[in-house]
Design a protein. Structure first.
Length: 326
């Protein structure tokens, strides 16, 4: 008998271990459960463990996992939250956990939240791949898993079917990214509104890493970003952006990266891709007009950037997501 009840929904299995962080478990259930199309739930989420039963958390209360490894074997997506256990210290899986991970279907999407990335790395799933984890654990991660291309500056990373995220709240960004990839921006934005969270956070972990008190206070570049968002359809120079904050180009570029984790050019490209996605989903504008409105100039340029960012052409993206309703 199947652990999942609805064969028509996307099956998400959350694999928990002793010491799991309740926030990470809860946010997966809350966000995926909020995703709907025409009032129909799009996901079914189950919590599973090495064996069904009570699981210790890092708070003063336990949780109960209703399912065992059988849920992983039937999952379309597997999410592994962080837990305070020996994997983070030794970089080695227990035989039980290793056997359970082997039951995940070869075509399933596998995601981790925070230091849940240690589990994926210990299983060898991230070797040679780009991944991230909480910035405080980055040095330990590099030491234990030198074969992984760690990027500690981002909120989440995807390399093929493997996805990793930074600290606990970055799990929200990751789940919204998966929902957006599955069902488009309209559905993901509706989930964000329902849960009163931003549909997309700018920048990466760099803005959350504490700096020495002796450093001078970093000036905001928010005015320049807000100004640029209303002018994505035209060429925007670095000098114009810096001028919005009355800074030199060199100072602006340095502070922009400190605040967002990206260069101004990277940030502009990302915003233009998001604008193009919105127009492809919500309008019937020809591709060339979408390209112009998003600031890419030509349809060929839009195709190149969308292919690099999402792995699809504008027409393929529109065919997938046009008309998806929240």
């Amino acid at each position: 008998m199947s652990a999942f009840k609805d064969p028509d929904r996307h099956h998400v299995a959350v694999f928990v271990r002793d010491g799991v962080m309740p926030l990470e478990l809860g946010l997966v259930h809350q966000l995926f459960a909020s995703a709907q199309s025409a009032g129909r739930p799009l996901y079914e989420v189950l919590t599973c463990a090495v064996a069904p039963g009570q699981i210790r958390t890092d708070a003063d209360f336990p949780i109960v996992a209703g399912h065992g490894p059988e849920a992983l074997a039937e999952a379309d997506t597997v999410v592994i939250p962080a837990a305070h256990d020996i994997i983070e210290d030794t970089g080695e899986l227990t035989s039980e956990v290793a056997a359970i991970l082997d039951r995940i279907p070869p075509d399933a999407r596998i995601a981790s939240i925070c230091t849940g990335a240690f589990v994926l790395a210990a299983a060898g799933l991230l070797d040679g791949r780009r991944a991230t984890t909480h910035w405080r654990s980055a040095d330990d991660f590099r030491r234990l898993f030198p074969a992984v291309r760690l990027d500690p500056g981002v909120l989440y990373a995807q390399d093929g079917r493997y996805l990793t995220s930074a600290g606990e709240a970055a799990g929200i960004d990751l789940c919204l990214h998966m929902i957006r990839s599955d069902h488009g921006s309209a559905v993901a934005n509706d989930v964000a509104r329902r849960n009163v969270v931003p549909p997309h956070r700018e920048g990466g972990q760099a803005q959350y890493i504490p700096r020495p008190v002796a450093e001078p206070r970093i000036a905001a570049t928010g005015r320049a970003r807000a100004w640029a968002l209303t002018r994505l359809d035209r060429s925007i120079s670095l000098a114009e952006l810096a001028g919005q904050e009355s800074m030199s180009v060199r100072t602006f570029s340095r502070r922009f990266r400190e605040e967002t984790g990206q260069t101004p050019v990277q940030w502009l490209t990302q915003q233009r891709i998001e604008r193009a996605r919105q127009l492809l989903e919500e309008t019937d504008m020809p591709v060339d007009r979408v390209a112009a409105a998003a600031g890419f100039g030509t349809g060929a340029s839009l195709r190149q950037h969308l292919q690099a960012a999402l792995g699809v052409s504008p027409s393929a993206y529109r065919n997938t997501f046009r008309g998806v309703a929240a």
